[in-house]
Design a protein around this ligand. Structure first.
Ligand code: 5AD
Length: 375
């Protein structure tokens, strides 16, 4: 595979003194914002190389595989960017049986992943008892680490899921701009805890905690994206997912034709990789995936992400007949993402000079903070 675009000339020139490469301590707000606006491919390649070196030093050369199983496309919410929002009547809905989820987890383990990620919309038909039973069966059968990505659940449910054996939880805050967030993410019930509060609860419950944002969500300024990156560090996240926003034509935001702010962040590959690289430098010990969204907007997306600071890959293990229905954005289930059949996962990891991680692969950030609190 040939790497094209912004990575093509990696390592060819040093940045001028005015653009010295940042470290986590020198990375202040204005430096971050300058880098996010950077368009010079040579300077960007130097930044990606720096992030890659930070990645090597702090989390090593293993790429941890997390097998993704999309368990339900039913969702009670109406996020304006998301293709499985309740108001989209043109998407087919599916829900796996508990037995199907456990079978997928067995395939995840057989492939060599150390973790299974159970992701779904906020499906009222799947209650905490159902999820707890599935988690116990997966842990009993496979010993995999279990990551949940099930949206905003009541804190009492989260406690039960933790007790059932769930190890990690992913809940992106999507944007740190509160007004923009309120516009794209209508509340379900008044007074329910917001995502930032839930991230705190998850941490208290002992979960390894992940969050993240979409890059270039309409209405996002460079100042907002800078705040997003600073929030990752502030929240001391163990896992950070960053991918470009991809318009979905069956959503209000995807159909919107209004003007964007003058300072709108582009939802392109270069800006997403820059945000990823800066995140690696700011949060050196976190797990950071090369996301499917990145792979959807560029055929080299996974390799670009892995070379700009990422150390995780989440191949899709949803049964193929359901994949197209879990269309949170278009192009996600394209055949080129059928990585299991094509074995491109292992090929790409080898191509970028890395190896597959063994075992559950918790982030060093989580290991360090939990072993300190244990004493
Ligand atoms: N484009 C890119 N990412 C999206 N997500 C949801 N909709 C889109 C979209 N249109 C991301 C959100 C969510 C995660 C599961 O998928 O960040 O948290």
């Amino acid at each position: 595979m040939e790497l094209t675009g912004v990575m093509a000339s990696a390592g060819s020139a040093a940045p001028p003194a005015s653009r010295r490469l940042p470290t986590s301590t020198t990375m202040d707000r204005s430096t971050l914002q300058r880098w996010l606006r950077e368009r010079d491919p040579t300077r960007l390649d130097a930044l990606f190389a720096e992030a890659d070196a930070v990645r090597h030093a702090h989390v090593g050369d293993a790429v941890h595989l997390r097998g993704l199983v999309e368990i339900s496309s039913h969702c009670r919410r109406n996020c304006t960017y998301c293709g499985i929002r309740a108001g989209n009547f043109s998407v087919e809905r599916f829900r796996l049986t508990a037995g199907e989820v456990v079978e997928c987890a067995r395939q995840v383990a057989a492939f060599g992943c150390g973790t299974v990620v159970l992701q779904g919309g906020e499906d009222p038909a799947l209650d905490v008892g159902w999820h707890s039973d599935v988690i116990r069966r997966i842990k009993g059968d496979t010993g995999l680490a279990v990551t949940l990505s099930l949206g905003e659940l009541p804190p009492t449910d989260l406690a039960q899921l933790r007790a059932a054996g769930a190890d990690r939880y992913l809940l992106r805050f999507e944007t740190s701009n509160a007004r923009l967030y309120a516009r794209v993410h209508p509340p379900h019930q008044p007074g329910e805890p917001n995502r930032r509060e839930l991230l705190g609860r998850l941490r208290e419950l002992g979960f390894e905690v992940g969050s993240g944002v979409m890059v270039g969500l309409p209405g996002t300024t460079f100042e907002d994206l800078t705040n997003d990156l600073l929030a990752f560090r502030e929240l001391d996240l163990d896992m950070i997912g960053i991918g470009p926003y991809i318009p979905h034509p069956e959503t209000p935001l995807g159909r919107r034709r209004g003007p964007n702010p003058a300072d709108q962040v582009p939802n392109d590959v270069a800006t997403s990789c820059t945000a990823l690289a800066l995140t690696r430098i700011l949060c050196p010990r976190s797990s950071i995936p090369a996301t499917t969204a990145l792979a959807t907007v560029s055929p080299d997306g996974r390799a670009l992400g892995l070379r700009a600071g990422a150390n995780v890959w989440m191949p899709n293990f949803t049964p193929p007949r359901y994949r197209a229905s879990y269309e949170i954005y278009p192009g996600k289930a394209s055949p080129r993402h059928d990585e299991i059949a094509h074995e491109t996962v292992l090929e790409t990891i080898t191509l970028v000079g890395r190896h597959v991680g063994r075992g559950p692969g918790p982030s060093p950030n989580f290991v360090a903070r939990t072993s300190v609190s244990a004493h």
